[in-house]
Design a protein around this ligand. Sequence first.
Ligand code: TRP
Length: 449
Amino acid sequence: MKHSQHRATLGGKLSAVLVAAGSSVGLGNIWRFPYVAGDNGGGAFLVIYILCVLLLGLPLMVAEFSVGRATHRNAVGAYRALDRRWSFLGYNGVVAAFLILGFYFVVSGWTAEYMVHSLTGELARYSTAEEYKSIFDNFIRNPWRPVLYTSLFVLATHFVIALGVQKGIERSAKVLMPLLFVILIALSIHSLLMPHGGDGLRFFFRPDFSKVTPSTVLVALGQAFFSLSIGIGTMVTYASYFKPDTNLRHTALNVTILDTLVAVLAGVVIFPAVFSVGIAPESGPSLVFITLPSIFNGMPWSMVWSSVFFLLLVVAALTSTISLHEVITAYVHEEWHLSRRAAAWATTAATAVLAAAASLSLGVLGRWTVAGMNLFDSLDYLTANILLPAGGFFTCVFVGWRLDRRILRAQITNDGTLRFRIYGLFIFLLRYVCPAVLLLIFLDNLGVF
Ligand code: TRP
């Protein structure tokens, strides 16, 4: 396949890993992973999660990378170039990216608000978990403030995107990703030194398989896909900017390791702290926004710790919203033949409207429901439970069964210059294991089991 000359490419070897890891590492790792692990028994969940990441997530990421770099196109253009009938897979990705942004921007806005309130000392004015719960509930229902912070977050994402692939995405990932690691390591050391921190570590690392049910496996799988950003063409789009000498397997392996490391580090930050203060690890999605401020409050220099922690969430969320925005921007730019600037603005305007509506659906617009859920919840449900597993399923079917084997081999081995000893295993996972397991998640979500 010809490489289009006018298209941007990413710089060195590290950049491919950094931008892809920037996409993967996000609220999914730091906010969602700990509460899902807490809900599902801790240690045993961690073991299953890691198996899902290695056996299913990793091959799918290599598959998406191959499709993106083979075609050098946006998600829709990429599948269309390989087989017209499969362009629906690209559309599924663009639509899913748009819908995910609808609620992801809202949660990102909350992290920005909490960072600002940590810096101003506002958060430190309260002390009990009940107080934090009521300020959180009041905040997300307020008609103005969350919309304002969400809009600021949308604009921040826009300006990185508008700078272009190389200046915007690559440079910000280079600064943001290492910063994230430094902050997480500092916080995890702090957490480990808290009284009773060991109980939290035991909960997180000692598997208790008696708590495992079939649904634990399915939850772990869904979390793995969401966390790795696979199934909806994000990695197809990013890989379309990779250079011909980027080693796709190593990039996927590094991204997977980094993503998993961040999730595990987030667990090491959160569980010792949760046990130290005596909070139930099963506290659910509110764990970060309600419980952590009350934990920070009991710490020396609480303002510093909470500011640093919420800065970390903002950073992680931003590198992920950038990748979701880029899926849509690249599509609009290349398929609708708009300039990149106009494409970025169109994407920003449309996602801002959806995100504002999703934010308001938690308060004043709460009576508008889709299938019995408010807009915010329905966006989350539709993407995580339907579009994402469906996208993952069809991606393995396409790459495993339909894609010309020579194209796949050429991408993975860089035209035969790299050896791939476990190619047989890779194809086996992609053709049989991934589609079968994904079908199980899908059926489970439809309530068949
Ligand atoms: N992986 C990101 C996170 O963990 C979110 C994300 C970015 C995503 N791009 C995606 C999720 C594509 C699914 C598909 O927060």
